[in-house]
Design a protein. Structure first.
Length: 449
């Protein structure tokens, strides 16, 4: 059965106290909406439809980054969840399959839970996801008769007896697309909020003799983000889960609670990550590599058995070959570091290619930007770049070439050549003592005034 995802992402999220749409606040380096999309992607949906509203242009741009084929449709007036789903109707035209309704601010729904909802659809017309809450207060309640869901009651509309029911509504729902849209067209606004509730669908289905049911999941999966405090709590839950995943995968974490991961971080088995390391989006670390303390990586690939840090920064486009070495206070951006190459101290390598087994001395800078454009530095295999060398790009250093310490290299250096590009040293006998005496006299005179 084909599946379409309808992800509701139109709300403003006023309790976030933010100028940004709620679904664009991040967990693990990705916006909340991306986590919802990721959960549903494993079902291989035929269509992904995102209903936007507040900050629609920004939300649609973010959606396009994570799924360029996703369809965005707008809910210009915030008239409730049922009204929001109806805005997806044009995008569902011609679709014959099931719709699963997700929420852009609910990032932890698992693929397993969504799969169970799909399985339950085989024997029921409507499937709702429920959970038992530790504090059910504000949640809608699922009213069950055996395995039949007869209706959903919003907390603000519920009687005391209905509020005593511990089974709560997550908001997620699955149904045949045609059935869902037909039932939604019957929804009215006879409720405390004066809105079109998606939660009216099970009762309308029952009135037609259709079957509705509920499956359950752990409460943690249904966590919705409405405040900064909830966002921080969700980040902590995400990090804890990611750390456990890494440990189970054979990664050594010297101090797990101090390591922060992104949603897509991949680390191979037998890699070692020391304390206070931050992984931004787009990082892959191969087996046996070591990431030393206080390093920051984003958009980077680290080869097998390579060593990074401590106090290193790998920026987007950093590609480290197997057994490469990136040391303390080194920054690498948009550069390929060859197998066994070393950049061990206090250097910046940007828009560059470093050949196999080359050694880059302390204080080396690839001067890659002229104020308008970036330029490339090419360094061959087994080259030796002396400390405090400025490589003014575009420039090429040949295989097994050397540069003298303190050189400013503005021209290509042939293979096996030594380049010396620095001013001639001149010593002035006695001048240092005379200069210091003069300066001290000036200082003494200033103090006496």
């Amino acid at each position: 059965m084909p599946i379409a995802l309808v992800i509701l992402a139109a709300g403003q999220g006023t309790r976030m106290n933010s100028d940004h749409p709620k679904v664009l606040h991040q967990i693990g380096g990705a916006p909340l909406i991306a986590h919802a999309m990721h959960s549903g992607a494993a079902l291989e949906p035929e269509r992904v439809i995102v209903v936007t509203g507040h900050g629609a242009a920004a939300v649609e741009k973010a959606v396009g980054v994570f799924d360029p084929e996703a369809i965005c449709t707008r809910q210009d007036e915030q008239l409730g969840t049922g009204h929001a789903v109806l805005q997806a109707a044009p995008a569902l035209d011609g679709f014959a399959g099931d719709v699963i309704v997700l929420y852009g601010d609910t990032p932890f729904i698992s693929t397993d839970t969504l799969s169970r909802m799909v399985d339950a659809r085989a024997s029921h017309d409507i499937v709702v996801l429920g959970f038992e809450a530790a504090d059910p207060g504000r949640y809608g309640r699922l009213m069950m008769e055996g395995d039949r869901l007869t209706r959903i009651v919003e907390a603000k509309d519920a009687t005391p007896d209905e509020l005593a029911n511990p089974l709560c509504n997550s908001g997620l729902l699955a149904a045949d697309a045609a059935t869902l849209l037909r039932l939604l067209a019957k929804v009215e606004t006879k409720n405390a909020a004066g809105e079109y509730y998606l939660t009216d669908v099970p009762a309308l289905a029952a009135a037609e003799g259709l079957s509705a049911t509920a499956i359950t999941c752990p409460e943690a999966e249904t966590l919705g983000i409405n405040t900064r405090a909830e966002l921080a709590g969700a980040e902590a839950l995400f990090q804890a889960a990611k750390r456990a995943e890494m440990l189970d995968a054979g990664v050594t974490l010297a101090a797990p609670d101090t390591v922060h991961f992104a949603y897509d971080t991949y680390i191979g088995r037998d890699a070692v990550v020391e304390q206070n390391v931050v992984f931004g989006p787009g990082v892959t670390v191969e087996s046996g590599a070591t990431i030393r303390a206080f390093s920051h990586l984003e958009g980077a690939h680290v080869g097998a058995d390579a060593i990074v840090g401590p106090y290193a920064r790998l920026r987007p486009g950093a590609e480290l070959g197997n057994d490469a070495r990136i040391g303390n206070f080194v920054e690498v951006k948009a550069a390929q570091i060859g197998e066994g190459a070393k950049v061990n101290h206090l250097s910046y390598i940007g828009d560059a290619t470093i050949g196999t087994a080359s050694n880059i001395g302390a204080g080396t800078i690839t001067c890659n930007y002229d104020g308008v454009m970036k330029h490339q530095t090419q360094i061959g295999a087994r080259a030796f770049i002396g400390s405090n060398t400025m490589l003014v790009a575009p420039v090429t250093i040949g295989d097994e070439a050397m540069t003298a310490s303190g050189s400013v290299i503005t021209e290509d250096v042939p293979g096996e050549a030594l380049a010396v590009a620095r001013g001639k040293q001149i010593n002035k006998p006695g001048l240092a003592a005379k200069l210091m005496a003069r300066l001290r006299a000036i200082k003494a005179k200033q103090k006496g005034q």
